[in-house]
Design a protein around this ligand. Structure first.
Ligand code: ZN
Length: 340
């Protein structure tokens, strides 16, 4: 089937699970009740994604507070009690971050529960998202390794351990989220991709990297406003990604100032084109989505084109997120009818 649909990863958490409309929501339950609420929210989103016509589903990151820290909390060698302020994404904004204080090790499985739950309750393909090594490195303060690359490689080894286990749990696509690539484009083309290769080592399932311009939060919207008429960050590292062993590249397109021709730099790769804007509550029309597809098809062969979202939908209102998923399903259907 042409133009299969998927999403970048996160979905809003229901009000009975966590605070709503937040990127760092506080849980509303604890202990067993929290575990049950996470389970129920995951099942609900699997059903809603299926009904919207999404082909490759995620567990919506319902079991994690935040896409980076949801992994970091399972890592030994990190002091989460004494957080410090640090400029992140090349000082785009300041965050209060935990510190690396010793050798990094996984405490055990990070995401077995939600991965197995999702696998047991859908027959569709499953994509599982993990933060990329460069992005994790850029979201914690290193006080042990003394070197950015060494720290990122240490995280890459842990990600590989979890990714191999996720593959055994029945996950079809393992995706690493690397928003930091757009902040450090030269490093991305070099050791950034090397770290991804370390994270996917030995995997037989499909692999993906999601590189976006971030959630629709104010710091990102302000940053984008200063990036000029054309956003060409991708140009610096797409040629290197085209030569990499990563199968799928997920990028931003809807309402984006990224020139579509940059997709042409990803020769040979499956391209997940963001056809849903996460920075607006307006619901995309099938015609708008079809227009994004038509533009992408100038640079990507049609059997390599996957439709996705610009980024995660987590901070949005639940009803808006559902409507956007439905729009994606409908838009893909219309595009198939036109180009099939
Ligand atoms: Zn994103």
């Amino acid at each position: 089937m042409l133009f299969p649909t998927t999403i970048a990863g996160s979905l809003p958490k229901p009000g009975w699970l966590a605070e709503t409309h937040k990127l760092w929501p506080k849980w509303r339950q604890e202990g067993d009740e929290l575990a049950r609420a996470k389970r129920d929210a995951t099942l609900l989103w699997l059903k809603l994604q299926e009904d919207a016509g999404i082909d490759c589903l995620t567990e919506g990151e319902q079991s994690r507070q935040h896409f980076v820290h949801g992994f970091v909390e399972f890592v030994d060698g990190i002091d989460t009690a004494n957080k410090v302020a640090m400029g992140i994404r090349n000082n785009r904004y300041e965050a209060i971050v935990p510190q690396v204080v010793g050798q990094l090790r996984l405490k055990g499985r990070a995401h077995a529960t939600e991965a197995r739950l999702a696998r047991a309750h859908t027959k569709r393909q499953l994509r599982f998202t993990l933060p990329g090594p460069m992005t994790i490195m850029d979201t914690v303060k290193d006080a042990y390794y003394g070197d950015r690359i060494k720290t990122a490689m240490a995280f890459a080894d842990l990600l590989n351990e979890e990714a191999r286990a996720l593959e055994k749990d029945g996950i079809d696509v393992i995706q690493f989220d690397e928003p930091a690539f757009n902040a450090y484009t030269d490093e991305a083309a070099g050791w950034g991709i090397e770290a991804l290769h370390r994270a996917i080592d030995g995997l037989k399932c499909k692999t993906a990297v999601h590189i976006c311009y971030g959630y629709g939060i104010k710091a990102n919207i302000d940053w984008k406003a200063g990036l000029g008429a054309e956003w060409r960050q991708y140009e610096d590292f797409f040629p290197a990604l085209a030569k990499s062993r990563i199968d799928q590249i997920s990028l931003e397109a809807m309402h984006s100032r990224v020139p579509a021709r940059l997709m042409g730099l990803l020769h040979g790769k499956e391209v997940i084109v963001g056809a849903i804007d996460v920075a607006t509550n307006l619901i995309e029309t099938p015609d708008e989505i079809e227009a994004v597809v038509a533009e992408a098809l100038k640079f990507v062969p049609k059997d390599k084109l996957i439709l996705g979202t610009n980024c995660g939908l987590a901070p949005l209102d639940t009803d808006i997120a559902i409507a956007k998923l439905e729009a994606l399903g409908k838009g893909a259907g219309q595009a198939r009818a036109r180009h099939g």
